[in-house]
Design a protein around this ligand. Sequence first.
Ligand code: 6GU
Length: 223
Amino acid sequence: MIIDIVTVVPGLLEGPFSHSILQRAQTKGIVEIRVHNLREYGNGKHKNVDDYQYGGGSGMVMMIEPFVNCLEHLQKDTNYDEVIFLTPDGETLKQSMANELSLKGNLLMLCGHYKGIDQRIREHFVTKEISIGDYVLSGGELAAAVLVDSIVRLIPGVLSDETSALSDSFQDGLLSPPVYTRPADFRGLKVPEILIGGNTPEVEKWRFEQAIARTKERRPDLL
Ligand code: 6GU
């Protein structure tokens, strides 16, 4: 899978992809994540990528031409299954959406900045608009990093224990049960006895009950 990300602030995306699981996924050749600076496709001497909005009002709007120049350049070598625009008024990211996107070939993600992007980009070039939640970020970059992580960890071969993505919270519609590690007793704070006995069916039953109880208490909307 190739994931191309188009942004005016590439520096915001330098960290998230060069560590841990996302780094390993790239080293293994399972995914290629490429960050593109929209400014390289900007207009004129100053490589402008934004302009005042028609009709007046404060805030700059990202122009259509630099984006289309960038898209057409990238499309010479890469076909995209989805062109995603990260925006707070998009469809809210859910595990089911990450699951679906992890099965795709190549993805292009466009990060908005300033007041927004020219509506014609959204109507004619974007195929999917995604938000990561009901709050406002300064731009789409951190949302793109969240989206990429949620997708890439689901691709077979990325996680070493392939079953572990399946036991994540939300994957079965339930929150995860509590987990413990050594010591069994830390200053009187004890690990539940049932986990120590080695009775696997009993442990599984306990975990399921805990997952139900936790979901009921914290996210009854999921049940
Ligand atoms: Cl995708 N972008 C911005 N700017 N803010 C957000 C968001 C995206 N998702 C939630 N808030």
